[in-house]
Design a protein around this ligand. Structure first.
Ligand code: THU
Length: 160
């Protein structure tokens, strides 16, 4: 038996204003998207903004449904739209933020496992890391350098 270890580096910023201007701008777009979420069942509103190499920003927010599993998370709405509108254009970064009508979201919004798997497909396809920024409605902002940092040992098409 051999012991292995996975070490993940990431940056924590006390406030959004401590980040680089490109990151601040992207997160502000995610905040804007968040306010248009359709989340009448959970009251948990998530916004996402995808920055592409051509400078375009594609936003998404969670879209819920009376049949709960038919809804979709903000991250997948955004990344699928980016893939649909700009296929083949490299994705540089994704910003995610959440708020709630029921409580204060003071921790960074962590994407669910389904979204991590959906997003990493694009990173694997483009063979370039995608930065990921996470924020609540207040408090710390965290930044990872690659989607693989938040989904180690990911399933990919090499298994198929
Ligand atoms: N949600 C997202 O939009 N992204 C995530 O990564 C986690 C959860 C949404 C789905 C649902 O509309 C609400 O948040 C509560 O789960």
């Amino acid at each position: 038996m051999k012991k292995h270890q996975i070490v993940i580096d990431y940056n924590v910023y006390a406030t959004l204003s401590d980040m680089e201007s490109e990151d601040i701008t992207l997160m502000e777009q995610a905040v804007g998207a968040r306010s248009n979420a359709y989340a009448p069942y959970s009251n948990f509103q998530v916004g996402a903004a995808v920055l592409l190499e051509n400078g375009e920003v594609i936003i998404g927010n969670n879209q819920e449904n009376a049949s709960y599993p038919s809804g979709l998370c903000a991250e997948r709405v955004a990344i699928f739209h980016a893939g649909a509108k700009f296929p083949g254009i490299t994705i540089k970064a994704i910003a995610i933020t959440a708020t709630s009508k029921n409580f204060v979201v003071d921790e960074p919004a962590a994407p669910c496992g389904n979204c991590r798997q959906a997003m990493i497909e694009y990173e694997q396809k483009q063979k370039t890391p995608v930065k990921i920024l996470m924020m609540g409605e207040k408090g710390n902002v965290i930044k990872f350098n690659s989607l693989s940092d938040i989904l180690p040992l990911a399933f990919d098409n090499s298994f198929l």
